[in-house]
Design a protein around this ligand. Sequence first.
Ligand code: HEM
Length: 132
Amino acid sequence: MQASENQNTHYQRIGGEAAVRRLVQRFYQLMDELPESHGIRKLHPADLKTSEGKLFMFLSGWMGGPQLFIEKFGHPRLRQRHLPFAIGAAERDQWMLCMTQALHEVVEDAVLRAELQAALGKVADFMRNQAE
Ligand code: HEM
């Protein structure tokens, strides 16, 4: 690690690249398997590998690690990229159900886990584009 790299980022605290990969892998596995998240699973492609790669690249930068998504695709414009999909409170909650479960399985540090859950909850809420 270079001296200039910040060791207090979520990226460092979670355990770097390997841990972010595990989180994303488990997240999509859960989305694929849980009956409760079938609604949002249907919005995704049959093969989740591309989704997994993109979320990994995004979260890497979002957690303070390498900005892989931006390097490859430019500014995330995440809300705009989600506009083709109808996302309301139910979809947000399904996404967070999978993410919360994945966080519980992958992140041992309870403080870090709570921080990530709260921060991702805000991003997921921001993704809503349907009037309830
Ligand atoms: C709130 C509920 C959400 C739903 C229903 C949802 C659904 C989707 C769908 C259907 C796609 C397109 C397929 C794909 O490329 O995987 C997508 C792409 C993506 N989502 Fe979400 N998403 C949600 C929230 C989030 C959140 C909270 C994040 C980040 C923390 C996120 C990050 C991404 C990224 C990085 C992509 C790839 C964008 C691209 O195509 O360039 N999503 N999402």
